[in-house]
Design a protein around this ligand. Structure first.
Ligand code: GTP
Length: 414
């Protein structure tokens, strides 16, 4: 009942067969009940030139009138001048399971003379949806997060039978890192079987040449042979050559959805006629959750990293990188040396400032001394000149003040 197997990492894994019923085998049922209660949500984008049958295919895929039939006025109306982004949401229910389906249409794409920048508004829309999600993640309260990210993008290729057009390549090249791209050959009933096969080859060659990453279903270890075969069958049909129709006809007593031609009826849900069934199987029955997971875990995660890195936010390297002790010591030594050099230069600056101050003071006192010396010298000179004058007068025998003598009425000369 118990088997121990030492694993490569040295950890012993014990596999036990339980004696009684514990109850965790019921976990999938709990998940099922919870999912049925909360319902599912899926957002899909459709891109392609006007009139390629996008609305018809969406209606056919989900078997609903998400897009009501167009009025004559709508069909003859002028095409939009720019690429618009139109979102339509419907709550659909099947056997009690609820699905909130949002289809984002891009009218105007590829409809202009110059379609060089047609991809831009679409890329902006996809990125702004990621930004809105990122903003919610950063909120304090993130209990209720609305996920409006695009989970899959159906790209409609015109059934020309030649190769991809420049606008197709440019669109896929610009968007493949941001969204799950699913290329589709529109209105495949307008081509013969051989033409479809050759066209698919050309498209895949172009996609490879331009290194465009289209959606690839992952293969898991635990997948059984049947699932693996089913998945590879689906993947082998990409790009899906589809036919859409909301009209029904009687064929050998069966009601079938299809398109009527003078030579017969092309059935939408017949795998021998087109790849519609395989597309629906992948998108709805087998890979809806995978598409959502890949959007969240890979596409969104890459976008988030790019965005945060561009904003200068870095992951703390010490959390994820192993610490190299020699490198760490060297870093510390360098930091210490830098600190010492900084202190030395600061001290040098203080010393220099003090010297300059002292020099200025000395210069000032020198100037003062010089001024005093000059003053004293001038005073001495003046004194000497006075004395010399006195001496000269005494030597010549003249009184100092002749005016005084005159006043008293006598003179030494008389
Ligand atoms: P816009 O809304 O103008 O962008 O057009 P759209 O791409 O949504 O095309 P829509 O579904 O309105 O279809 C345009 C025309 O093509 C309609 O007359 C449809 O009946 C026809 N159509 C749709 N799907 C197919 C198809 O698979 N094969 C053929 N032959 N015609 C189709």
């Amino acid at each position: 009942d118990q088997a121990s197997t030492p694993s490569a990492s040295g950890i012993t894994v014990i596999r036990k067969k339980l004696q009684g019923y514990v109850g965790f085998a019921n976990l999938p049922n709990q998940v099922h009940r919870k999912s049925v209660k909360t319902g599912f949500q899926f957002t899909c984008m459709v891109v392609g030139e006007s009139g390629l049958g996008k609305s018809t295919l969406v209606n056919t895929l989900f078997n609903t009138q998400l897009y009501p039939p167009k009025e004559i006025a709508e069909l003859t109306a002028e095409l939009p001048q720019t690429v618009e982004i139109k979102s339509t949401t419907a709550d659909i229910e099947e056997n009690g399971v609820k699905l909130k389906l949002t289809v984002v249409d891009t009218p105007g794409f590829g409809d202009f003379v110059n379609n060089e920048e047609s991809w831009k508004p679409i890329l902006d829309d996809i990125e702004s949806r990621c930004d809105a999600y990122l903003e919610q993640e950063n909120r304090v309260n993130r209990r209720k997060m609305a996920d409006n990210r695009i989970h899959a993008c159906l790209y409609f290729i015109s059934p020309t039978g030649h190769a991809l057009k420049a606008v197709d390549i440019e669109f896929m090249r610009r968007l493949h890192t941001r969204v799950n791209l699913i290329p589709i050959i529109a209105k495949a009933d307008t081509m013969t079987e051989e033409e479809v096969v050759a066209f698919k080859e050309r498209i895949l060659a172009d996609i490879n040449y331009h290194q465009i990453q289209i959606y690839q279903a992952p293969v898991y270890e635990y997948d059984d042979m049947e699932t693996i075969a089913e998945n590879s069958e689906i993947m082998s049909k990409i790009p899906f050559a589809v036919v859409g129709s909301d009209k029904e006809f009687d064929v050998d007593g069966r009601r079938v959805r299809g398109r009527m031609y003078p030579w017969g009826i092309i059935e939408v849900d017949n795998e021998d006629h087109c790849d519609f069934v395989k597309l629906r199987q992948m998108l709805i029955r087998t890979h809806m959750e995978e598409l959502k997971e890949y959007t969240n875990d890979v596409l969104y995660e890459n976008y988030r990293t790019e965005k945060l890195t561009a904003m200068g936010i870095q992951q703390d390297p010490s959390v994820f990188k192993e610490v190299n002790p020699t490198q760490k010591m060297e870093e510390e030594r360098l930091a210490h040396e830098q600190k010492l050099a900084k202190m030395e230069s600061e001290m040098r600056a203080v010393f220099q400032a003090k010297v300059t101050e002292k020099e200025a003071k000395l210069k000032h006192s020198e100037a003062e001394l010089y001024a005093r010396h000059k003053e004293m010298k001038e005073a001495l000179d003046r004194q000497r000149a006075d004395l010399e004058e006195k001496k000269r007068r005494l030597e010549s025998g003249r009184p100092n003040t002749p005016e005084k003598g005159k006043k008293k009425g006598f003179s030494f000369n008389k």
